[in-house]
Every structure is written in C-alpha cells, then in structure tokens.
Write a protein that binds this ligand. Structure first.
Ligand code: NAD
Length: 491
C-alpha cells in the first residue's frame, strides 16, 4: 500500500507535537481541552457527533469546573473521522471505554476497534506516530492483546516508525481538569527504554518542570494504575471499619482516631474520614480486576476481594439499620444522589443504592440533588415509575418533618437543608452537623460515634463480652458474626 506523508503532523509553530485524542467522553474531552490549553494543537475524534459538537461549544459541556471556558479555543478542533484526526497529528491518545467483563477484567472491544482505526490511518502515511493508551486495562493487555491489532492494521512494527505507550491519567470526575493538570506524578509506560520521548515532551509542556514523570515498562504502568485505585479503596474501607468499630466503643470517636492515625506520615490523612463507601465509574471495579490478575498468576486475591466485600457489607448493614428504625409508609429524604460531592455522576452511587433498599422496604423515598437529579432518575427509573421514589432538584419540593433525612454527600449546602427539614431522625454519616447545631427533637445518627442523643448500652455489650467468661463468649464477635466470610466466599 502506498504511504502518503500526513498533512501537518509537525506543528507549524515549532511547538509541542500535535495530539489527537480519540474518545471525547467524560475523561477524554477534559483531557483534550487541558492539552490544548497549554499550547499544543489538539484534534479530538469521537464516534458520537454530540461529543464532537461540544468541542466547538455547540452543545453544553460536561459538568466539569473550567471545561466550558476551554471549549471553542482555536487550538482545539474535533471531527468524526479517525483518519483526519490521526494524520494531522503525531501523537494519538486513546481514552475509550473499557467496561468490566464477566470475569472482573476490562472489555477491550472499544480499544481494539480504536487501534484498528488508528492502524488503518497510519497505513496511509509514512509519518512516525506515537499511540498512547490511557484507558484502564489489565496488566499485559497493551502488549499482548492490543499491540498485535495495531501492528496488523498499520503494517508497521512497534519501534519502526510506530511508538506505543500506556499512560492513564489519575483523575476523578468533577475534577478531571485540575487532576490532569496538577497530578502528583504522570505515569508513562513505554515499550522500551528508547521510546516515549514525544509523550514526555507533551507532558513537560503541559505539566511544567515540577511534576515527576514516572517512566517504566508498559506492564509496570498498567499495574501501577490498578494499584493506586485499589489501595485507595482499601484505605477508604479501612476508615469505614474504624468508624464501625467506634460505633461500639464507649466514647468512640472515629475522627479522633483517624486524625491521629493519619498524622503518621507512613499512613497520611487523605481518604481516612469514614462515612459512605466508595462509588463512581472506576473504584468499584478495580479490585475485581486486581483479584482476577492475582488468581490467574497464583497470588492470593483475598485482599482485593475483602475490600469490595467489606464495602458492600457496610453499605448493606447501614441501610438495614435505617430500615429497622422506620415503619413502612414512613418518609425518608436522601440529600445528594451523586457518588460524591461536586459532581453529577451517579455511577455506583451508594446514596442511590440506599434509596433502593429503603423503597423496597416500603418507605416513601425522596432523593434531592440539584446537579444529578436527571441522572438519578434514569438509574432509579423503575422505582420512580412505581411511585416508591421521587427525585427532586428544588429544596421547596422536599417534604417537611420527614421521618428520616440522610446527608449522603459532603456538599456544604446539604447540612443547612437537612436541619431546615426538621426530621425525626437525621443520619449524618460524615459527621457534618456540629453538636451545637443538633436540633431539639431530632435524633442524630453519625457514623463512627455512638449515638449520643440516644445512648444505647446494648451497643457496647459485644466489647464487654471480650472479658466475660470465655466459654460464654458470644458467636457474634467471632469472624463469622458479620457474614463477611460468606460475602468473600461468594466472589
Ligand atoms: N470516568 C473516570 O473517572 C475515569 C478516570 C480515570 C480513567 N478512566 C478510564 O478512562 C476510559 C474512558 O472513560 P470515560 O469515563 O471517559 O468513558 P465515556 O464512556 O464517558 O467516554 C468514552 C468515549 O469514547 C467514545 N468512543 C468509543 N469508541 C470509540 C472509537 N472507536 N473512536 C472514537 N471514540 C470512541 C465514546 O463515544 C465516548 O464518547 C475508561 O477506560 C475508564 O476506565 C475513567
């Protein structure tokens, strides 16, 4: 096949390499905008014309602070043609979906299709090109499942005018721009020691001189990405374990404990609060992937599995405890539908799972979220249609004096709203309502503190039983008492 030089692959201003971003989704659009904002020419490509239209500012952008202002800038263009986007640039980032598969790994069909499309475009050109995979994949996927697709479709071998890297961003929805532009480090997996230079040039320009670029093999980079996410879930779940233990200790206070634990520099304070478990599009699926990898290579997968199992146990157990406090036909208000504060994303939202459990127990549930109401409506469509859940985005539409209010995310305005509603029971998992503000006539339930408005000696009996006659030691303090072992065995 005749190869034509790609038009305009080198930047005419002598600036950093022009970059194509393939996949303008929730992460890709913001990453592309961030790259363009720092002086490089960027062409985005997506199979969805609505995502392409966003780049020119023709449709509202995602709910990402600062993103709307970066759309429509002259260095940032978009199109639906892979060939056009790729041949005008010398580096292509691939940020397409990798949904979980039935083994707990990540499906590769979108990435494989993208690599074919890149390969076909490169087959028409003699220009050198660097392909950077940024989607989350299992270690080994880039080299063993994806590189052959790219090489077959392009007719080139990696190392022969074709460079292949793995460089996922560490970003969370709701702060993608900030996280991408100000990371603790940039992760760059390269095919061999001599490759990855183009990507380093792009990162140096965008991130500045102070951000370390951790360059390593592709496989090590794939594992690093997974390791960071799974470690974070383990830390969150550990804090939730401490909070649950404090529920049963006289005078227990998880904040006092975690403030001290987190001040140990080997531990660090972040994500040690204790409250709801983790959600969102990434964290809930990465332990399953790490466990799959561990199992395949014969390494114990239990740590990753136990993290997910404990997270599910806390979620179910906390929901059951609230159900036990309510009669059917009670009214419960859940403030915050997103998986965390400051975003409209509801993927794997623990708040919506709680809404489902309460509704299934016959409770009338009203979910409030200003930004995430429509997304929540789609997730809870069946319950909304059945009339068991109502979703609102205006405080005026909330019932006064409900039986229960749950402050499900840490958005600052939710605390005032919760107090205004004057519920009989206020569940405040994150301990946002200070003691001086506890309203008279409302029972306040905070995770990680014994229920101070209704001290319950029974909660401490299990702890006391540690020093009782050991022959009478109750089963429930043994490892089987929580049902956790069953949850782990189910996986
Ligand atoms: N969402 C997060 O918080 C997050 C954070 C870090 C990493 N990631 C990873 O980034 C990847 C993308 O996630 P996302 O949340 O942005 O996904 P998304 O579903 O929001 O967006 C993916 C985009 O890719 C487009 N696309 C699919 N196939 C394509 C193709 N062949 N050519 C061009 N465009 C194509 C889709 O139309 C869509 O716009 C995933 O692997 C995810 O695990 C996500």
């Amino acid at each position: 096949m005749m190869r034509q030089p790609g038009p305009g692959a080198a930047d005419p201003d002598g600036g950093p390499p022009a970059v194509c971003v393939l996949g303008l989704g929730r992460v890709g659009l913001a990453v592309a905008a961030a790259l363009a904002s720092h002086g490089g020419r960027v062409c985005g490509v997506d199979i969805d014309p609505r995502r392409v239209a966003m780049v020119a500012g023709h449709l509202p952008a995602d709910d990402e602070p600062g993103l709307a202002e970066l759309l429509g800038q002259h260095r940032f263009s978009a199109c639906s043609s892979h060939a056009d986007g790729i041949r005008r640039t010398s580096v292509t980032y691939v940020i397409v979906p990798t949904p979980s598969d039935d083994r707990g790994g990540y499906e590769l069909r979108h990435v494989q299709r993208s690599f074919e499309q890149i390969g076909h475009a490169l087959a028409q050109s003699d220009e050198p090109h660097t392909v950077v995979l940024a989607s989350t994949v299992l270690p080994g996927a880039t080299r063993y499942a994806l590189q052959p697709v790219l090489e077959d479709a392009s007719g080139r071998a990696v190392g022969d005018g074709l460079d292949l890297c793995y460089s996922p961003p560490f970003v969370a929805l709701g702060s993608v721009l900030r996280d991408f532009l100000h990371p603790d480090f940039a992760l760059l997996g390269v095919a061999d020691g001599a490759t990855g230079r183009e990507v380093e040039t792009v990162y140096r320009r965008v991130l500045g001189p102070g951000v370390p670029i951790r360059t390593m093999s592709i496989e090590n980079a794939e594992l690093t990405k997974l390791a960071v996410n799974t470690f974070l879930t383990m830390k969150i779940t550990f804090a939730n374990t401490l909070a649950a233990l404090c529920d049963h200790l006289p005078g227990g206070d998880v904040d006092t404990v975690t403030d001290a634990v987190g001040s140990d520099s080997r531990v660090g304070p972040q994500l040690l609060t204790g409250g709801f478990g983790y959600g969102g599009p990434c964290l809930p699926r990465d332990n399953a992937a790490l466990a799959l990898l561990a199992e395949v290579v014969g390494v114990p997968p239990e740590l990753a599995r136990a993290t997910d199992a404990a997270d599910r146990w806390f979620s179910a157990h906390r929901a059951e405890a609230l159900v036990a406090r309510l009669r059917p036909e009670s009214t419960a208000v859940i403030l915050g539908a997103a998986y965390k504060a400051g975003t409209s994303v509801v993927d794997a939202s623990q708040s919506l799972e709680l809404a489902r459990v309460l509704a299934a127990a016959g409770v009338h549930v009203v979910v409030y979220d200003q930004r995430a109401a429509s997304a929540a409506g789609r997730v809870l469509a069946a319950a909304v249609a059945a009339g068991t859940v109502r979703i609102v985005d205006e405080p005026a539409d909330l019932p006064r004096s409900p039986d229960l209010v749950v402050i499900a995310t840490t958005d600052a305005q939710l605390t005032d709203l919760a107090l205004d509603l004057r519920p009989a029971l206020l569940a405040d998992p994150w301990r946002l309502v200070t003691r001086e503000r506890w309203p008279a006539g409302t029972e306040v339930l905070q995770y990680g503190r014994p229920n101070a408005t209704r001290p319950d000696d029974a909660a401490f009996n299990a702890v006391r039983s540690l020093w009782a006659d050991r022959s009478e030691s109750p089963e429930r303090i043994g490892p089987g008492g929580t049902g956790m072992d069953a949850l782990v065995a189910e996986d």
